[in-house]
Design a protein around this ligand. Structure first.
Ligand code: VG1
Ligand code: CO
Length: 562
């Protein structure tokens, strides 16, 4: 087979957001659009690409197969030696991260728009992960973007037959330009299941799920939201841990449009799960994952909600019941800036180093590689550890099950015990989706202006009988402790003198308009059992007043509250 050079022209806007390039499917379908972006990733890798191996796979959303065929033809023409591809193109984001690490390859291309809806009318995405298994850092994605602005041609092997290539397990060798080029189609789950078995005590977890004569079975309901985790859930929870395929799992067949739902595990988009748990008090736990399997939501009996910030803190407080941490020890903890500081209190008590990084998993990788970080999370339903370099939904659930098995307590009781010891960080996030970009920018400018003029410092705001005084205001910036790179403008923070916070940022994962996120966070030492929405209402009102969100955007209410 011979490769050819195809002429092309740059497309605007091929810059990665918080987590890869995400656009509507129809944009990726434009002639040369996907080809350009893939070629630019390879151009950024430069000489390293010749003779290299890459992992390829994703959440199976619409357009994945076409994108994989394109990747095969472009990679082969650029001198890549081997692609390792999940069967049918399926690999969860954590599974890709694991494969890059344990196969010791150059990197991986992840085909997903994660929690964004899929299908012909919705979103597609492409993300590159580097040698350590983590999302490419900003300097890499910036380089890719620069290449996309000046690309004039890409390399392509037109006659390489890709039809149904990824449907069947096995190794296929082609000869391209006189070199061997291999496509190895692998079982999507095997390596990942092996890793989970090394980390957790599956025997104990099986007893928990199945029950014993002394202890009733712990009754879970796992919702894969028609995303890629379905194949892993079947292997791990049904086949390994003995959960019932009829009563303990649902929506576990990956669909390319996620069955027209929004595969985002929160109380709004995973309402089906919440309803089922509420309707049936026999369930002890409900779990949902996003499209690509890196997010998780945990709820207890009667849909008792565990905020991701609390989930992280509880796991941090109980790592000794997970064999992996017994073996490898526990280093520091980290969270993204908007995430509530519940885990910070655990770090303090345990004497662990604590890091606060910008939003996005790519910022945790350096700390893990340097051996300073074991466990981290984000308020956006992401939790993970240094077993890989992505957040990991299934890992988080297995961690929770290990804790429940060990403590023999309900989820609600575990949380209440935790709050009694540490106090509680009440947290909520208001999302305003598909706001007009201009309006969102103006609102952020308005906030920036307060920072520039110190306009709010010392001012008090009141609502519903509660008062808060502004102590500090800034736009979060981060210096990476390992490579000293600086990341600026990561969110406007209003810090009050009692430690409460308001944070404003614009989302970097949407595909149209702007999404404004407002994060509201307040710590209570004693009053730990109130309703979070009620507790935070005054601060929410103050947040809306300070930002003038309504005036700028015309929005009366958020699209989603988490
Ligand atoms: C969102 C979340 C962020 C997360 C990112 C990717 O980003 O806030 O915490 O890391 O999605 O998650 P943004 O820029 O829209 O706020 V995933 O599961 O979509 O890869
Ligand atoms: Co995701």
């Amino acid at each position: 087979l011979a490769s050819v050079i195809v002429e092309t022209k740059p497309f605007e806007g091929q810059n990665a957001g918080t987590s890869g390039l995400r656009k509507k499917v129809k944009v990726f379908m434009e002639k040369h659009y996907t080809e350009n972006f893939i070629q630019c990733i390879l151009n950024t890798l430069g000489d390293k690409i010749v003779g290299s191996t890459l992992i390829v796979g994703g959440d199976g959303r619409y357009f994945s197969k076409q994108a994989i065929n394109t990747i095969i033809r472009i990679a082969s023409a650029n001198g890549v030696s081997k692609l390792i591809i999940g069967q049918l193109g399926l690999l969860s984001t954590p599974a890709v991260s694991n494969l890059i690490r344990n196969q010791k390859v150059l990197g991986g291309i992840v085909l997903t728009a994660s929690h964004n809806p899929g299908g012909i009318r919705h979103d597609f995405g492409i993300k590159y992960n580097i040698e350590n298994g983590g999302p490419a850092p900003t300097h890499f994605t910036n380089d890719v973007y620069e290449h996309t602005k000046k690309i004039t041609s890409y390399k392509f092997t037109p006659k390489l037959e890709t039809d149904r290539l990824i449907d069947v397990l096995g190794t296929n060798t082609f000869n391209v330009d006189g070199r061997d080029f291999v496509v190895e189609v692998i079982d999507s789950t095997a390596d990942y299941v092996k890793l989970m078995k090394e980390i957790f005590d599956f025997k104990k977890l099986r007893t928990l799920i199945r029950g014993t004569e002394q202890r009733a079975a712990f009754n879970v309901l796992i919702d894969s939201m028609n995303g890629v985790t379905g194949v892993y859930v079947r292997r791990i929870f049904v086949e390994e841990l003995g959960a019932s395929p009829d009563n303990n799992v649902f929506r576990i067949v990956p669909l390319d449009n996620f069955g027209e739902i929004h595969p985002d595990p929160n109380l709004v988009y995973a309402k089906d799960l919440v309803d089922k748990i509420q309707a049936n008090p026999a369930y002890d736990m409900g779990v949902a994952f996003d499209g690509d399997g890196d997010r998780n939501m945990i709820i207890g009996k009667n849909a008792f909600f565990v905020t991701p910030s609390d989930s992280l803190a509880v796991i941090a407080n109980n790592l000794e019941c997970i064999p992996y941490f017994k073996k490898h020890g526990v280093r520091g903890f980290a969270r993204s800036m908007p995430t509530a500081a519940a885990v910070d209190r655990v770090a303090e008590k345990l004497g662990k180093e604590m890091f606060e990084v910008p939003t996005g998993w790519k910022f945790f990788g350096n700390l893990m590689d340097a051996g300073r970080l074991s466990l981290c999370g984000e308020e956006s339903f992401g939790t993970g550890s240094d077993h890989i370099r992505e957040k990991d939904g299934i890992w988080a659930v297995l961690a929770w099950l290990s804790i429940i098995e060990h403590k023999n307590m309900s989820i609600e009781d575990i949380l209440k015990e935790h709050w009694n010891i540490y106090g509680r960080n009440y947290f909520t996030r208001y999302d305003y989706e598909e706001v007009e970009s201009d309006a969102a920018d103006k609102m952020m400018k308005h906030l920036e202006n307060f920072i520039a003029t110190d306009g709010l410092i010392g001012k008090s705001f009141s609502s519903n009988g509660k008062s808060y005084k502004v102590a500090k205001m800034d736009n979060f910036s981060y210096v990476d402790p390992i490579d000293h790179s600086v990341t600026k403008n990561q969110g406007v923070r209003v810090l009050f003198d009692d430690g409460s916070r308001l944070v404003y940022r614009l989302s970097g994962t949407g595909s149209s308009g702007a999404t404004i996120r407002v994060y509201i966070d307040s710590y209570e030492k004693k009053d730990v059992l109130s309703d979070a929405q009620e507790m935070l209402k005054p601060l929410v009102n103050i947040g809306l007043e300070i930002s003038q969100l309504k005036q700028f955007t015309g929005r009366d209410a958020p699209t989603v509250i988490t």
